[in-house]
Design a protein around this ligand. Sequence first.
Ligand code: ATP
Ligand code: MG
Length: 225
Amino acid sequence: MNPLRLLLLGAPGSGKGTQTSKLLNQFKHIKSVSSGDLLRQRIQQKTDLGRIASEYIAQGKLLPDSLMNDLVVGELSTRGWLSADSSFLLDGFPRTLEQARSLRTQLAPHKASLNLVVELDVPTDVILERIENRYVHVPSGRVYNLTYNPPKVSGKDDITGEPLTKRPDDTAEVFGKRLKNYAETVGPLKHFYSELGILKKVSGSTSDIIFPQLSKLVVQKLHQS
Ligand code: ATP
Ligand code: MG
């Protein structure tokens, strides 16, 4: 089996977190890092980075590239994933061309470059409707939706029983800014990965339509000769 080093691209609310959980469930040897989850954990832990992050996030602004790069590459390194045989999934990073370039520069010496990038293409009206009902469990990054995927006990995480919270950046105003940021930054990012020949796209309005397509791409990559 080949290693899988996958980046999920997609607008905020397109279901990156949900698809990540489903993939981790199906492919037990794969692990994931979500840049947004890392930041929310730093905020909850009240670290210096957490204080900086909360200001950017509250305004729907992207954090500086160098800071994000250090955070995520540091995490990959800490987890021992900077090696040619490692498999991992990234959600939310890289999300600018600059981040993509510097990640590639840092992974290349370890022969651990990304080998698959999948864009989740979900209609904007579906995304807007989802966000209103979205709740998260910050320590794990697990995502719930009161309509499609409600927790077993109202307001509590299924696994730990800890409280769920609403993301402060899921308000109409901030969410609009996040969507706009995404639209502005995704073009060059897609171009970068398409030139490398590793960009794919899956489209649909529900995770049940998206997931089988995504899973098929992953299986192909794992078994491609
Ligand atoms: P969703 O989680 O709904 O898919 P999203 O992708 O916008 O939406 P996160 O990835 O959780 O949300 O990111 C939340 C916020 O954290 C962003 O709006 C931004 O402020 C900051 N952030 C996360 N990743 C990055 C990154 N790679 N570069 C810069 N800022 C980031
Ligand atoms: Mg997310």
